[in-house]
Design a protein around this ligand. Structure first.
Ligand SMILES: Cc1cc2nc3c(=O)[nH]c(=O)nc-3n(C[C@H](O)[C@H](O)[C@H](O)COP(=O)(O)O)c2cc1C
Length: 146
């Protein structure tokens, strides 16, 4: 099944760790960095994933914009995220975009991610050591279960 995952992972590469593990697990998946590619014909993929660290409660603007510009209507989509404080609200921004395009959500996966933003830097950061091996394996299992 042709799958692309559009991602943004710049703070500590936390989200990219999950995606690299998915790609290395033998899954046939194309990883697309939303900071390098701004346009792509997504109609040729069966499933489209959107992955991001959470910034100010939302997916990165680059991923949201990519989805607004390139995502065809009615596609199967899924979401992967890492956050200093993971909550289900972390997916609201991307779900809003895909719902407006009448896409079907296949699932969502979130894990903790090392966070040294702002004041957290002074205390050595939040969620040090995350994503852990188990969380990375959790992402692989999630992907395989789609
Ligand atoms: C500018 C900035 C804003 C952030 N805002 C949030 C936030 O609102 N909620 C949260 O849970 N984590 C927040 N974080 C932490 C990141 O979501 C977390 O470190 C994530 O794993 C980063 O992913 P990445 O390394 O793939 O970029 C923020 C980090 C940065 C740098």
């Amino acid at each position: 099944m042709a799958t692309a995952i559009i991602y943004y992972s710049k703070h500590h590469g936390n989200t990219k760790k999950l995606l690299d593990a998915i790609a290395a697990s033998g899954s046939d998946v194309e990883l697309v960095d939303a900071t390098e590619k701004h346009e792509l014909d997504l109609s040729k993929y069966d499933r489209i994933g959107f992955a991001s660290g959470i910034y100010y409660g939302k997916f990165a603007e680059q991923v949201l914009t990519f989805a607004k510009v390139n995502l065809p209507t009615g596609k199967d989509v899924f979401f992967i995220a890492t956050a200093g404080n993971p909550t289900k609200n972390c997916f609201n921004s991307i779900a809003e975009v895909t719902e407006a395009k009448h896409c079907k959500e296949l699932g969502r996966y979130i894990s903790k991610g090392f966070d040294t933003y702002g004041p957290f830097k002074l205390v050595g950061g939040l969620q040090k050591g995350h994503p852990t091996e188990e969380e990375i394996q959790g992402a692989i299992d999630f992907y395989k279960s789609l």
